[in-house]
Write a protein that binds this ligand. Sequence first.
Ligand code: PLP
Length: 355
Amino acid sequence: MEATVAITKAETLKPKPDPETLQFGKTFTDHMFTMQYSSEKGWFYPEIKPYAPVEIDPAAMVFHYSQSVFEGLKAYKNEDGEVILFRPEENFKRLNRSNKRLSIPPVNEELALDYLRQLLELEKDWIPTAEGTSLYIRPFIIATEPSLQVAPAHRYQFFIIMSPVGSYYPEGIHPVSIMVEDHFTRAARGGTGTAKTGGNYSAGYNAQAKASQEGHAQVLWLDGVEKKYVEEVGSMNVFFKIDGEVVTPQLNDSILQGVTRKSVIELLEHWSVPVTERKITMQEIFDAHREGKLEEAFGSGTAAVISPIGELTWKGETMIVNGRETGDTTRDLYQTLTRIQTGKQDDPFNWVMKI
Ligand SMILES: *Cc1c(COP(=O)(O)O)cnc(C)c1O
């Protein structure tokens, strides 16, 4: 299906950045996609136009009550120069789940994917090809209606912007240090933790700052009520390998349903590695470590794909995981996922979509 989009091309194109010095999400491509919503017309006026600031009323509801959602996915080029996406339909499905939680009207997922396809068609020269680099894609929706009423807006704007990003591991994949946060919480049952909505992230900055000050890379979040159960690590889902079995917290409405998480579970099942989704207490991780059974730990998410955990600090005690080395299962997952994502390896699951 080819969706109708008004396309205005930029008159001059920006110079492409040096892939060696790319920072995450600081450089944007020449064009962006936008579409409007009003309760009378539904979604209308899909448009691809030069990337530029937009004029928004200071009373726009997003500025006051944070009614917004976003997604994050990556485009790569395979060895034949074809543009490929990893399970993009999952991102648009999740966008609509987030929309539902934030009382934002749903988008047509197939049309949205086709708008993205047309934007990528125009911007494909922006996809870097060096090892570990990609074009990060950020679809998002904000409430634009000028009103201070505490109620869902009647007007929205949908955007897709894109940013070439460098390797998450310029010096190769290496395990990081994690602080288990036992005061602040990211999300609680019944809250918005399972939606990708801005406020969830800014509410985590103070815990992240505390962790950074103490020399840790990320925060491990516990459940919001008892601070007992493991939920996520930073903006990643989390996995532990205990005595040969891989475990990850079961989904509830305070955990984000990662596309990478889902792919990790499917890959492990495909490899016949035991993998279980269940409630996991921090005490259990601590006990497994003491008994020498905590073999590996890692986070999963689009940005880093797989991020090995080398140590975990909880209540003043530090557990070293696998001698701060990347474990075999962690490495196999990283290599297989990144090779499938870049089209370097067979894709037995049909995860990759060519544009
Ligand atoms: C986006 C995100 C993830 C990872 O999801 P992916 O689809 O794998 O990128 C995990 N946790 C949080 C809180 C997130 O925002």
